[in-house]
Ligand binder design. Structure first.
Ligand SMILES: Cc1ncc(COP(=O)(O)O)c(C=O)c1O
Length: 373
């Protein structure tokens, strides 16, 4: 393994200190919950080792959402989606094996296979095609050495969503090629076009990954999951988890379970709040002249870029300096996603409405100050 720290983690707001940032537009999740707002009494909880696959009640709830197509025993709780992604890559990829992965992407989806010595065959999504993941682009890169194809739906950092038809086409072509398909569906329930089915319900070679971090605003409990109907792959993922940590945290999993039992209470409020914040971002976008974007249709992030005329005239480093140091505002610069810093991720689901509005105004201010005449 050749581990390297990634810019997105080195420069993460929690590493800078949340209290040092006035307008935090870097986050890719909904606003974090406070424990007291969950209404839980956990005093009787036994802090023992727990079921190695993860909390049986929670796995049952997740299985029910797949209408039982994925059984509770085909669900593995993990320490965040991040751990699920690590387990999947490290179980399926040996040095020299090929993985097809889209870019931009959540950085780990690229970096972990790279650290393992796998050969990355990258599908670069482009602005002009609306950041669409074309099934044909994946088909063109498949070879007998392809072990894994990795997609993210809805997509981070662009907030674009895939049609069910494209998803089905990718499931079909990977099935025919005999490789596994990882669908990072961390934002599955934040889809303005309608929620897609869990991809793993479609075919045994598909693995769905998600967590409590993004849609549910609980990143600090570090609970995520993977699900797949592929028995041999599941066994290997399960073995990996037991070797990493035996089992998950009793406390984290109980919080996740109790929360999920009340999902129908929490989720509508989250989604309606998100909708309001999206309106704020959209209003800002329509009333400014420096950025262009592919309008997000899911998730809680947008990935605008400077218009060409701005790109040509801006002092880019100066822009980020003014934004970060003078205006105390942070976004996710393009290099977090192996892109130019003329693109940036704006997380609009996390900040409060005032913070969001101030942050967006500060973007325009930082541009004005750094435009060369
Ligand atoms: C698409 C995607 N997948 C996975 C993760 C990992 O999140 P976590 O481990 O908190 O579930 C992230 C975090 O940003 C993400 O954006």
């Amino acid at each position: 393994m050749n581990y390297k720290r990634m810019p997105i983690e080195i420069e993460a707001p929690e590493q800078l200190g949340y209290h040092t940032i006035d307008c935090n537009l870097t986050e890719s999740s909904y606003t974090d919950f406070r424990f007291r707002d969950l209404g839980l009494d956990l005093n009787e909880l036994l802090i023992s080792y727990v079921d190695h696959r993860g909390h049986p009640g929670l796995r049952m709830l997740l299985s029910e959402e797949t209408r039982g197509i994925i059984s509770p025993d085909q669900v593995l709780l993990t320490s965040g989606a991040a751990q699920a992604l690590f387990i999947i890559s490290s179980s399926l990829l040996n040095p020299g094996d090929e993985i097809i992965v889209v870019r931009p992407n959540y950085a780990t989806n690229l970096e972990t296979p790279r650290a393992l010595g796998a050969r990355l065959r990258i599908v670069d999504l482009d602005f002009e095609s609306g950041y669409r993941t074309h099934p044909e682009a994946i088909a063109a890169l498949l070879t007998p050495k392809t072990k894994l194809v990795s997609i993210t739906v809805p997509h981070n950092p662009t907030g674009t969503v895939m049609t069910e038809r494209d998803l089905d086409a990718i499931i079909e072509l990977t099935g025919k090629a005999g490789c596994m398909l990882l669908v990072d569906e961390t934002y599955r329930e934040m889809n303005f076009e309608g929620v897609l089915p869990h991809a793993a319900t479609r075919a045994p070679h598909v693995i769905s990954v998600a967590s409590f971090s993004k849609t549910f605003g609980l990143p600090g409990i570090r609970v995520g999951w993977l699900m797949t109907g592929h028995a041999a792959a599941f066994e290997s993922f399960f073995a990996a988890k037991e070797q990493i940590q035996i089992c998950g945290s009793a406390l984290d999993e109980e919080i996740a379970y109790q929360f999920y039992k009340k999902k129908n209470y929490f989720l509508p409020a989250i989604l309606s709040n998100l909708k309001r914040k999206f309106t704020i971002v959209k209003d800002w976008y329509e009333n400014q002249n420096h950025f262009e974007w592919v309008e997000p249709r899911g998730g809680c992030v947008a990935f605008p870029r400077f218009k060409k005329a701005v790109s040509e005239r801006i002092d880019l480093e100066g822009f980020y300096r003014t934004l970060n140091q003078d205006l105390n505002t942070h976004v996710g610069p393009g290099h977090w996603f192996e892109q130019s810093k003329t693109s940036m991720r704006i997380g609009y689901g996390w900040p409060g409405e005032d913070e969001l509005k101030r942050g967006l105004e500060n973007l325009s201010k930082a541009i004005e100050v750094n435009l060369k005449s």
